[in-house]
Design a protein around this ligand. Structure first.
Ligand SMILES: *Cc1c(COP(=O)(O)O)cnc(C)c1O
Length: 429
């Protein structure tokens, strides 16, 4: 058996589909976000990152960095073991109290990543509920899908954000049967938002439990950064709210919040919690500092929203195919894996701008895109540089600029008013 040739063939298949991934070798510069050093085969030079999920730049906030260094100096580098074997580091206890408070819940539990928190929590909840059926949004993140799969429970997929379809499925189930509705607040590739309150209405009507992934919203929405559910005043209507410490909070780790019995049961039964080493105290301390800062400061959220709105506006004015987005996420449609990679390569090599191409399976084939994430640190000058670089790249590789033709008029209308009406790909695309 030639094992190596099997791996080589698997890689060749990705190359053939133009979706073999190459990671840029980057070194972020604390204090100069979003600048980073990019190392290529030829040289090392400074570039601007436009696709970071460190959405608010909190990963380089001086207080956050200091909390991390301070905790490492006083408590050491590692956690020393799983919590079941070695106990809980005190900073994790404080962090969990802070997270429970952030989402208005009785309890919280921290995991080593958001991925692990979804996988562990969803699978454990659905295993503990006898004959549970999981109703899952079709665009749910891979970590939620993994939790559903691992639970072994029956699953029903509802069309994305489609309340009628969800209700139809709920109606088909007997009232007594335990049901878990699993969904996200902000969907990270399209930047659209779930109707959380209406989903909670359906959950009430049909006696279902609700599980909400707020990974792309925590820190960024709501008066204290509690997410879309906080913004919409519906946190108390959701049973379990999950989030990450690795995106807007700028560090690492994931968590769930909910009632005392729910969280205690997951703490006691979830393999992905029990059998892995806890987050180090330095990371817990840094995350805590970041969360506390964003509970009282809205400056970062406001600047992010301003820069996202401005970026959308100038992209549309330049005729670039902005896709629908209700949030800080700014996707531009390319629609072809090869062209998407070419655009990304050109931006980096010719314009010192880094935007990772988003290809299948992260998005469906034909919806390949560049996913741009403006932050409080992407100012007007950087936005202007971005748009001129994108326009040049679009011309170089022959992608359509809508300023060049009649579609421009509707695009301009969009720029003037509601960017939500910029529909790309065009109908049927
Ligand atoms: C990134 C992501 C996760 C995983 O969070 P990590 O902390 O990065 O592991 C979970 N859910 C969604 C929707 C995500 O985009």
């Amino acid at each position: 058996m030639n094992y190596q040739s099997i791996f080589a063939e698997a890689i060749a298949a990705l190359h053939a589909e133009n979706r073999y991934r190459i990671f840029a070798d980057l070194e972020r510069i604390a204090g100069r976000f979003p600048a980073a050093i990019w190392r290529s085969e030829q040289d090392a030079r400074e570039v601007i990152i436009w696709c970071s999920n460190d959405y608010l730049g909190m990963g380089q906030h001086p207080a956050v960095v200091e909390a991390m260094c301070g905790a490492a100096r006083t408590m050491g580098a590692g956690a020393g073991g799983t919590r079941n074997i070695s106990g809980t580091n005190h900073p994790l206890v404080v962090l969990e109290d802070e997270l429970a408070d952030l989402h208005g819940k009785e309890a919280a539990l921290v995991f080593t990543s958001g991925f692990v928190s979804n996988e562990a929590a969803i699978s454990t909840i659905a295993k503990l509920l006898p004959d549970c059926v999981i109703l899952s949004d079709e665009l749910n993140h891979a970590s939620m899908i993994e939790g559903v799969r691992r639970s072994g429970a029956q699953k029903m997929i509802f069309r994305h954000n489609d309340l009628d379809h969800l209700e139809e499925l709920l109606k088909s189930l007997s009232r007594e049967r335990p049901k878990l509705i699993a969904f996200e607040s902000v969907y990270s590739m399209d930047g659209d938002i779930a109707p959380i309150g209406k989903i909670a209405d359906l959950a009430d009507k049909y006696g279902a439990m609700t599980y909400l992934d707020e990974v792309h919203a925590v820190g960024m929405y709501g008066g204290r950064g509690g997410g879309i559910a906080e913004r919409d005043g519906v946190m108390h209507r959701i049973d379990v709210i999950e989030g990450t410490l690795a995106k807007a909070f700028g560090t690492l780790g994931g968590y769930i919040t909910g009632s005392q019995p729910t969280i205690d049961a997951i703490r006691s039964y979830a393999q992905g919690f029990i059998f892995t080493t806890a987050l180090p105290p330095a990371i817990a301390a840094a995350a805590l500092t970041s969360i506390r800062h964003l509970k009282t400061s809205s400056a970062e959220r406001d600047a992010q929203q301003r820069h996202a709105a401005l970026t959308k506006q100038v992209l549309v004015e330049a005729g670039l195919p902005l896709m629908n987005s209700d949030t800080h996420i700014v996707p531009i449609h390319v629609g072809d894996a090869n062209l998407c990679k070419q655009a990304s390569d050109l931006l980096l090599e010719e314009h010192d701008i880094y935007i990772q191409p988003i290809n299948y399976p992260t998005v469906p084939r034909g919806q390949e895109r560049l996913r741009i994430t403006p932050t409080p640190f992407h100012d007007e000058k950087l936005i202007a540089d971005l748009v001129s670089a994108l326009t040049s790249v679009w011309r170089t590789i022959g992608l359509p600029l809508f300023a060049d033709n009649e579609d421009n008029r509707s695009n301009q209308a969009v720029a003037a008013g509601n960017t939500r009406r910029a529909v790309f790909p065009p109908a049927g695309g």
